[in-house]
Design a protein. Structure first.
Length: 237
């Protein structure tokens, strides 16, 4: 997706505040079910409402003093883009990660706890996005990469830019490293932990520092230290 598509999608999206409300009440709770509100009477004067907060709030207010109390669970307000439906994804997605709609997840990808993948990003097959890593809007990550814990691949949504971050195949980005917008990291290269990439990185080199600079070519020793574990990417199928 280019930034105009994402901009238009967010701008034109209906902003939603989904909630789950547990209501304790006397008598019947008049709550017409519809697309924006699902109603689950549970008996004994208790009803669960699932849907838009503005509608659920109207139902509760309409019941007046017949409502003894209610409890609201919600995790967003006026959200434009929902999270990705993971049921059709052939990958290992651990709890506590956040992946927005319009993200492409390849086969056998691993997304660890706390990772964030923003709209328009593409994650290639067999890649791991480690704990608390951030993959910004429109970032392109190749196959068999490892994006280390706390690393940031900058997004290019605001301010708009025509050049997203590109991580080519078999790249390792170390923990807490940052790759700035518009930068490409070439195939097989290694970005050391804590490095800040401000310009393109050629293939098969190791870069380190702030800003990142080449310190050596990738050799057999480097491969031994940065190799991926295929066992971690094995799924039930």
């Amino acid at each position: 997706m280019d930034y105009q598509e994402i901009r238009d999608l967010i701008s034109n999206a209906r902003k939603r505040t989904p909630v789950t409300v547990h209501v304790r009440h006397d008598g019947e709770l008049e709550a017409p079910a519809g697309e924006d509100l699902m109603v689950f009477p549970t008996g004994a004067g208790t009803t669960v409402l699932i849907g838009e907060w503005d509608i659920a709030r109207t139902v509760i207010r309409g019941a007046g003093s017949r409502v003894s109390y209610f409890h609201v669970d919600n995790d967003r307000r006026n959200s434009a883009i929902p999270l990705l439906d993971l049921r059709g994804v052939n990958a290992r997605i651990e709890p506590g990660s956040f992946i927005r709609e319009k993200v492409e997840i390849g086969d056998r990808v691993i997304v660890m706890m706390g990772a964030v993948i923003n709209i328009g990003a593409v994650i290639g097959a067999g890649t791991m996005i480690d704990m608390n890593a951030v993959v910004g809007a429109r970032a392109l990550v190749g196959s068999d990469c490892h994006i280390g814990a706390g690393a940031v691949l900058a997004g290019v949504l605001e301010p708009p830019s025509a050049a997203p971050v590109v991580i080519e195949d078999e790249v390792l980005v170390g923990a807490n490293a940052v790759v700035l917008e518009g930068c490409t990291v070439g195939r097989g290269s290694v970005v050391a932990a804590g490095a800040v990439v401000t310009e393109d990185v050629p293939a098969n080199v190791v870069v380190a520092g702030q800003p990142a600079r080449k310190i050596k070519d990738v050799d057999a020793s480097t491969r031994d230290k940065t190799g991926l574990l295929k066992e971690l990417r094995r799924l039930n199928d």
